[in-house]
Design a binder for this molecule. Sequence first.
Ligand SMILES: Cc1cc2nc3c(=O)[nH]c(=O)nc-3n(C[C@H](O)[C@H](O)[C@H](O)COP(=O)(O)OP(=O)(O)OC[C@H]3O[C@@H](n4cnc5c(N)ncnc54)[C@H](O)[C@@H]3O)c2cc1C
Length: 478
Amino acid sequence: MKRRTFLISSLSGLSLLALSGCAPPKPAPTGTPTPTATPAPSLVPQPQDMLRSSWSDDPFARGSYSFAAVSSTPQQREDLAEPILDRLFLAGEALSDTAPGTVQGARGSGQRAARDLTSVAEPGERVAVIGAGAAGIAAARLLSDAGFTVLVIEARDRLGGRIHTVNSDSWPMPVELGPSFIVASNANSLDEELTGLEVSHAPFAPTPEARTPDGTVTPVSPVGADTVTAALAWAAEQAQDTSLAKALVATGSTTLSMTDGEAGVSDADWLDYQLATSTTLESGAPADEMSGWYAPAPATTAMDDIRIVLGGYGTLVDDDAADLDVLLSSVVTRVGYTDTSVSLRLGTGESLTVDRAIVTVPLGVLKSDVIEFNPPLPFAHRGAIAALGMGTLDKIWLRFEEPFWDTDAAVWTTVGDDTLDFRVWVNMMPITNEPILVGFVSGKQALGLAKSDDTEFTDAALRSLEPFAIVATATPAP
Ligand SMILES: Cc1cc2nc3c(=O)[nH]c(=O)nc-3n(C[C@H](O)[C@H](O)[C@H](O)COP(=O)(O)OP(=O)(O)OC[C@H]3O[C@@H](n4cnc5c(N)ncnc54)[C@H](O)[C@@H]3O)c2cc1C
């Protein structure tokens, strides 16, 4: 059942050899063919409804959020935010130096670009903002309030970008296919703004319940987090950046015991658990792509300032966009700029010229070169676009007729079976009293599933839920 995904997918050939040296010898094949076992029927019922995301496959996102790839630096986020000829300005979550990969980071970046623009522009100038996500709408709001003539140009037929709230009659609450959480709510005003907009949100304690494949609830061992912490400490001492995967190998992760301990979970399983349920989930990237210098460190204290948005994250953008001039379903294909103006070409062939522009398309779109910049972006901008990484996180929302599970925990995780794709679940039952589960898949597993059809995607999710359809056999230590 275990495929040691993190090792196979993330470590060098050398470490794989080391790993195979630790693996127990495989039994020799016998001459008698083994009869194929009939799989046990699943205890997880079919859901009544399903909604999913596929962000890496989305042409206007090309990934979920930016991450610190090996050899990238935080300075490169700053480099991207550097105004170009005082005419062209970039913004978006990837440019946030304080909160990349978040809604508040995106908004802050949009506001910063708008302030940079106002500091050099004349009153009344015509400004185009490309992209109607959190960054673009925040920039446009500020510029419009400052008296500029603003046109927002958006490829999709809706506002919000990666904030994607689906309001549907078949769901008892708004479904979030992008962000659901306000992270570091003590350090930003999103919760107050949402309250002002009458959008409900609630405190969210991310303490996970961990289960083994047979449904045993098991206390989370510190081995995984300690191993990653030691690897990051080793990486920090190196003269050159190295991947988290290599740092793990250098600090002995391949010699972690693979012998099942209590509840059938080995130390190596706990490392896989830490990577799958935390490190890769946070960055959307596998350990072999993540910077050893800048990868997220395991949390040392419980996070007490996370809130879950229940009443529709999209309202935030809709409200900011009220009375703005937005051109939907309009893909920008070319951005030409001089020191006097910016000209934009749309997919329809139409063109327009403005005094200045703010480009807020995601890093994944900038990496793909689908927008032609003429002249090409400056060297430092291109270097930053190439160096920073775009990670993947996808979600599945499943609505059941009634709960089939026996736990009130809000966060579910699994350990000891790395063939399961969805390793983290949010149980909406204790929060909303609705039998809704939200599954998360990240990194290479997410990329692997992105192009699968809904049936295959749902099957992978339902299989990942099996440990929760089995009556728990132990309770975690207090
Ligand atoms: C699954 C998932 C879960 C997340 N969870 C959280 C969370 O819980 N909390 C949190 O704070 N953050 C979370 N995030 C991150 C957060 O959603 C983003 O950081 C933020 O929304 C990015 O905003 P943005 O304006 O930078 O980019 P976007 O929202 O992507 O906006 C860019 C816009 O540009 C448009 N565009 C692209 N190409 C073109 C083109 N050629 N022409 C015109 N328009 C174009 C796009 O359609 C899009 O509307 C999550 C993201 C994902 C994907």
